[in-house]
Design a protein around this ligand. Structure first.
Ligand SMILES: *[C@@H]1O[C@H](CO)[C@@H](O)[C@H](O)[C@H]1NC(C)=O
Ligand SMILES: *[C@@H]1O[C@H](CO)[C@@H](O)[C@H](O)[C@H]1NC(C)=O
Ligand SMILES: *[C@@H]1O[C@H](CO)[C@@H](O)[C@H](O)[C@H]1NC(C)=O
Ligand SMILES: *[C@@H]1O[C@H](CO)[C@@H](O)[C@H](O)[C@H]1NC(C)=O
Ligand SMILES: *[C@@H]1O[C@H](CO)[C@@H](O)[C@H](O)[C@H]1NC(C)=O
Length: 948
């Protein structure tokens, strides 16, 4: 394949910009490093290289390794099955072929199998013949294999055992070149070191987690990332909280997603020609999905791993938290001052401060008296309360005697009795250290642990009367402070699990078990070495089940710091302990987009940053950005560098800052019906909620690398300011459909790469032509906004012959009952604006494909605003066949507004716009007067004030 040159020229306002050119090489020859234990660009030298029977290339300027593993040592010795939909073979190791690490035994024979699991998915496994090696248990993740609808229906085909590959996979639309190949060269399968190079013929790789990626599209200059759950801030290059060995690769109409279903420690190295996997255990179990667009690929993956939870409506509201509320008075003051400024604010949190000596299920009686009434007060104001729970259970009985009124920490003893804790090899309970000091760790992979966990959550809820609305589970990587870097004297036993033959150099820390528990410890699902990255996942599953049982009528909501593939069915994710630093704003967008691809549409970073002090400007810009995180929460650390951090809740800032933050959040609240509808599709179809421009405009090559902007669904584009002292930003508005300013309704004249005004009080939001967005007059809580009138923002797309077109939908239910969709207790509306070719009349219809819910607030559509309307003509409007005289037009903005409507939710409606015969007066005096008013409003001091 010839190198491809993507040169994008976008002329705009005198700007002429050329995007970087990107060259691609043919798939098939991944340069596999023969010395992965050395750091990038570290040269082993010719002698050591040749001792390992590798090829010495010498040091290279492109980061490629100097010593290459070019041999392949397993041959396909016998084929046991070979049909269109299934291929199985035995691989045999050549006599003289060994992995690089003598401590790890090479397997002589392997089972290799390929299976068509659906029309657009295949599964490839390479495992031991006997099938005794560890695999991710079915209880943790069960990917359905319905098989293809017929053997020819697959969008892919494969060829096994070619000269250089074990397997070549082709997307049928691109028959000339395999999109991916499992290369023979470099393949190693030993007990604790499996290496496979995947040749790729596609350019843009997005995904792998959890890390802090500084760019959305991966750098393929031999960059390595490790995947192993770990308690570390999302600021450096290492592995952090979750494990998502999944990437998508897109290029010129090709869209492929590849999951390696494996919970052991993994390292991936991204090279210009493909990806090298190095896996520390288990088996190779790849799932490959292909689709015709990024969004259909995302939906395919979501269906495979399980659709995400439907969040309660209130959880889309703004949320406040900090670590370091010293007593309940302080929390009450924060609640009171944020209510007093009229902040949209639905949820308050309690971090570990509320606990007695940071022990789960206890309340600090001295500093937090009356917590139960505080929670009741939140509820009476339509607000909600979450508490944090850590997995680690205090085991220090001497401390319990000192600090607990009963002198006994019952949850600990109950867990001992039931045998729920992770055990050492000799069956003693494994101890570590977390916030309360010495602790033990529940094994959430054991079903007995569910009953124990539920008992104590329930005790907290009923007996201690803390009526929490959800759970926030933290430190579940799992984190333990026993083996922190500054405690080298604390060591886990010297065995092959704690000291594996190969530790990826991209790991943070030197010791494999750093900041967690020892690797030989025993869980129901297996050895910690194998199940480590499933700890948060299993805790999420049991916490979900706990809430299901605690309030069966309601949707469970659990936030988990550590997640695995498929955790989105049980838990939501926040992006962890970020820093109050400007680059973190940008990085949060990237991780938010990735977690949408991983099946966690409900996610977001701590607004204004967790560690360190936020500055005023940063906190304002971050609140504007965070108003568009699906999970929108301001959270702060207790202290940094030994000093208490300043408060950063909106009310802690000056009046101007408060106003700007409130404006951004009121805008969010206004469009919650749109956001909620996106979540409905995420829950039922696996749709993404937040999307990159490249995801939504896959054929627009200029959009490929943009990661400073994002969309809500297909229709709303958010272009935040991410650095200080900016009054304008450079943004990309894809020219394909055209855009309107979300605040003024003005049509954007220039698309492509543009400069947008961005004074401090403004975050740019644009609405894509062709879409209809439902909204609701906002209020300070969702409980009260759900009583308000509904509206539609119709962003018309102008087609030839003055035809208009736009579509949209609204999902509505009570916002909190469990599974209203399957219980058929919801309303679905579809909206469509179109033009009748013969009469030239425009028609806006509100259809009701389903109505199984009666809203108690008698909601009505009261306001319909159409952008892109031909206001130079004189329109006669009829609503459900009745003449409607109250029409307002703004000719400058080509906007038509129908307010004082009263169209009940749940019923179908139709609005017709007909041009009056020529000669009729253009507009009534009323309309003219209102236009004048509108123009002043939009040209006045705050030109964006029309928003809310
Ligand atoms: C697989 O391919 C190799 C090399 O191309 C060949 O030597 C071997 O016999 C093949 N195996 C089978 C079972 O056909
Ligand atoms: C993008 O281009 C491909 C052909 O390369 C076409 O099949 C597809 O429909 C296009 N997608 C969009 C969203 O225009
Ligand atoms: C709560 O904590 C604050 C800050 O330490 C302190 O000033 C205040 O006196 C405390 N109030 C109560 C009731 O303990
Ligand atoms: C573990 O034991 C092996 C074999 O006795 C020894 O070579 C190695 O240095 C030990 N490692 C540690 C970290 O103690
Ligand atoms: C209807 O919505 C538009 C903006 O979409 C706004 O300008 C107007 O004031 C609203 N009318 C009412 C009565 O709320």
């Amino acid at each position: 394949m010839k190198p491809r040159l993507n040169v994008v020229l976008v002329a705009s306002a005198g700007l002429l910009l050329a995007a970087a050119s990107i060259c691609v090489q043919r798939a098939g020859a991944v340069k596999t490093n023969c010395f992965p234990e050395l750091k990038q660009n570290e040269d082993p030298g010719r002698e050591r290289c040749e001792q390992r029977k590798c090829e010495y290339e010498g040091q290279q300027s492109d980061n490629s390794p100097s010593c290459l593993w070019t041999r392949g040592g397993y041959i396909v010795s016998s084929v046991t099955e070979n049909t269109n939909t299934q291929y199985s073979a035995v691989l045999t190791r050549q006599q003289d072929y060994n992995g690089p690490f003598p401590g790890s035994r090479d397997l002589d024979e392997l089972r290799f199998s390929v299976k068509a699991i659906s029309d657009n998915g295949l599964r490839i496994t390479i495992s031991d013949l006997g099938g005794v090696r560890y695999q991710v248990p079915k209880e943790a993740l069960n990917i359905p294999e319905p098989g293809p609808t017929n053997p020819d229906a697959t969008v892919y085909r494969w060829e096994a055992n070619t000269s250089s590959s074990l397997l070549d996979v082709y997307q049928k639309t691109h028959p000339d070149q395999a999109i991916m190949s499992l290369l023979k060269a470099g393949f190693v399968f030993s007990d604790q070191f499996i290496q496979l190079s995947l040749g790729l013929d596609c350019q843009n790789i997005v995904g792998f987690g959890e890390h802090n990626h500084e760019r959305l599209v991966h750098d393929r200059r031999y960059k390595r990332w490790s995947i192993f759950t770990r308690d570390a801030s999302p600021t450096g290059p290492g592995n952090i909280y979750g494990a998502h060995p999944y990437f998508v690769c897109t290029d010129a109409g090709k869209h492929m997603g590849v999951l390696l279903k494996n919970s052991n420690a993994i390292e991936v190295e991204l090279t210009p020609d493909g990806i090298v996997y190095r896996v520390l255990g288990g088996i190779l179990d790849f799932y490959v999905f292909m689709a015709s667009s990024p969004e259909s690929l995302a939906q395919t993956y979501s269906a495979a791993i399980g659709h995400p939870l439907m969040p309660p409506y209130w959880s889309l509201g703004f949320q406040l938290c900090r670590w370091g509320y010293r007593n309940i008075t302080e929390v009450q003051n924060v609640i009171a001052r944020n209510r007093a400024i009229g902040l949209p604010y639905d949820v308050q949190y309690g971090d570990i401060d509320y606990m007695q000596n940071t022990m789960d299920f206890t309340i600090d009686a001295t500093n937090y008296p009356g917590l139960s009434s505080m929670v009741d007060d939140l509820h009476s104001h339509g607000q909600k309360y979450f508490v944090i729970l850590d997995p680690a259970i205090s085991s220090d009985v001497e401390m319990h005697k000192q600090v607990l009124p009963s002198q006994r920490y019952e949850p600990y003893h109950d867990g001992l009795t039931r045998g729920v804790y992770v055990k050492n090899l000799d069956d003693t309970v494994h101890e570590g250290e977390v916030w309360p000091g010495r602790t033990v760790f529940p094994d959430y992979t054991l079903s007995a642990t569910q009953a124990w966990w539920e008992r104590w959550v329930s005790d907290f809820y009923y007996n201690q009367s803390i009526r929490v609305d959800g759970l926030w589970i933290d430190m579940n990587e799992p984190a333990s402070f026993t083996y922190e870097p500054h405690k080298p004297q604390n060591v886990c036993p010297n065995n092959t699990w704690n000291y594996p033959p190969y530790i990826p150099t991209s790991f943070i820390g030197d010791r494999f078990y750093e900041k967690t528990i020892c690797m030989e410890t025993k869980h129901n699902w297996g050895r910690h070495y194998d199940v480590h990255s499933l700890y948060g996942h299993s805790m999420g599953m049991q916490s979900y089940q706990t809430l299901r049982n605690l309030f069966p009528e309601k949707r469970p909501i659990v936030f988990s710091r550590s997640t695995f593939v498929g955790s989105g069915r049980y838990a939501q994710h926040w992006l962890g302990d970020n820093h109050s630093r400007w680059p973190d704003l940008h990085w949060s967008i990237i991780t938010m987009l990735e977690f949408n691809l991983f099946g966690f549409p409900y996610n977001g970073a701590d607004i204004c940053g967790f560690v360190y002090d936020a500055t005023r400007e940063m906190c304002i810009r971050w609140t504007q950005l965070g108003a568009f995180y699906p999970f929108s929460r301001n959270h702060n650390i207790k202290e940094a560098d030994g000093v208490r951090t300043r408060d950063q809740d909106p009310a802690s800032w000056d009046a101007e800052a408060q106003k700007i933050m409130k404006d951004a959040l009121f805008f969010r609240y206004k469009y919650l019906p749109y956001l909620y509808t996106l979540f409905h599709y995420a829950h039922t179809n696996g749709a993404t909620v937040v999307r990159s421009l490249a995801h939504e405009f896959p054929n627009d090559t200029a959009a490929v690398r943009i990661d400073e902007q994002f969309l809500w669904g297909s229709a709303m584009l958010i272009s935040p300011v991410l650095s200080p002292a900016k009054l304008s930003i450079r943004a990309y508005l894809p020219p394909e459909d055209g855009w309107y300013d979300a605040y003024t309704g003005e049509e954007v004249q220039e698309t492509g790469l543009v400069m947008l005004d961005a004074p401090l009080e403004h975050i740019n939001v644009h609405i894509r032509k062709g879409f209809i967005l439902p909204w609701q007059t906002p209020s300070t809580t969702t409980v009260s906004s759900r009583n308000n009138g509904l509206g539609l923002l119709v962003a018309a797309k102008q087609l030839p012959n003055s035809n208009l077109k736009a579509t949209g939908s609204l999902f509505w239910d009570d916002g909190e009952s469990f599974e209203t969709y399957t219980a058929k207790k919801f309303i679905l509306h579809e909206f469509e604006l179109s033009t009748d070719e013969t009469s030239g009349n425009h028609v806006l219809v509100i259809r009701t494909p389903f109505n199984g819910y009666k809203d108690p607030n008698s909601l009505k559509f009261e306001n319909i605003t159409i952008l892109g309307f031909d206001t130079s003509k004189d329109w006669s409007v009829s609503v459900n066949s009745e003449q409607h005289s109250e029409i307002r037009v703004n000719p400058n903005r080509k906007t038509l507004i129908l307010d004082s409507l009263s169209l009940p939710l749940g019923q179908s409606h139709s609005i017709t716009f007909a041009v009056r015969s020529a000669g009729t007066a253009l507009a009534s005096a009323v309309a003219v007067a209102i236009c004048a008013l509108l123009s002043t409003a939009v040209t006045g001091n705050n030109r964006w004030s029309l928003a809310i």
